[in-house]
Design a protein around this ligand. Structure first.
Ligand code: HEM
Length: 255
């Protein structure tokens, strides 16, 4: 960090030519308000960024892959969508992720049915609030039951089923239909990333990572349960809500 600061101040052009913008750079370049961030704050922001952003995404990825192994017809449908867009070949799937509505539906269904966090951080109300006839007095701590919201039978049909189709429009192509609003700004039917001002700032990156990993894993390999093993969707509460019996899968390269 110190080296980067010195290099910036010495304006070493040979270094900057090869330099990639990192998260630390963005912190060092924050516009000065009253003071610069100190080193302890930068370290703590980096650590928060890593801890909030890795466990959650890898847990979500494992749940999604588990469902694709458990329900091969969904994996086949996803694979067909991927090859319909990018064909078969050596390059990786990246540019075309936006053209894959079923892929997005699979990710959203994974986050609805198995949100890595069953609660958001505790929030509190800054003034008395009356909701549905119930009063929540000022300063009350409020917890949101994220998993229960996404599994509410009054909102979701067959909520415990893994059905990505529920996120597609009637034509099943994702075109022209309503795009699901994961930020919950119009309505909240699920909130795996929270909602409102303190919503997860990494949700765009997380969605991109999940789409990228799932698309490439399914494009390159066919995934089946390991010999003699059945995918068990029981949950276990750790830092995130993880698979009690982690996924054991057998990938075979696609021909
Ligand atoms: C599937 C992946 C992810 C899920 C499900 C997830 C979920 C959440 C949730 C539920 C919150 C709390 C929101 C609230 O209190 O209302 C949160 C906060 C946060 N997330 Fe994520 N997250 C994910 C990925 C990421 C990534 C990739 C990053 C960063 C690269 C990240 C950074 C953060 C940070 C810094 C906070 C705290 C924000 C604050 O308190 O203002 N998350 N996340």
């Amino acid at each position: 960090m110190q080296r980067k600061q010195n290099q910036d101040s010495n304006n070493l052009s040979s270094f900057s030519k090869d330099y990639f913008m990192s998260y630390v750079d963005t912190l060092l370049q924050l516009p000065d308000e009253k003071r610069k961030l100190n080193e302890g704050e930068i370290v703590s922001l980096c650590s928060e960024f890593l801890s909030a952003g890795t466990d959650t995404t890898s847990t979500a990825l494992q749940w999604i892959m588990a469902n694709l192994v458990k329900y091969p017809h969904i994996q086949v449908k996803l694979f067909e969508e991927i090859i319909g867009v990018v064909g078969v070949g050596e390059k990786e799937v990246e540019e075309d992720l936006q053209k894959m509505p079923y892929l997005e539906a699979v990710i959203l269904e994974g986050l609805r049915r198995h949100p890595p966090g069953h609660f958001v951080r505790p929030h509190s109300v800054t003034q008395d609030v009356v909701l549905d006839g119930y009063i929540t007095p000022k300063n009350t701590i409020v917890n949101f039951m994220v998993a229960e919201i996404g599994r509410n039978p009054n909102v979701w049909e067959d909520p415990m089923e893994f059905k990505p189709e529920r996120f597609l429009n009637k034509n099943g192509d994702g075109d022209g239909g309503e795009v699901f609003d994961i930020t919950g700004s119009s309505e909240i039917k699920m909130m795996p990333f929270g909602a409102g001002r303190r919503m997860c700032p990494g949700y765009g990156l997380a969605m991109l990572h999940l789409e990228y990993f799932v698309a490439n894993l399914v494009w390159s390999f066919e995934w089946k349960a390991a010999e003699g093993d059945e995918v068990d969707l029981s949950e276990k509460q750790e830092l995130s809500t993880v698979m009690k019996n982690p996924l054991k899968a057998r990938p075979s390269p696609r021909d």
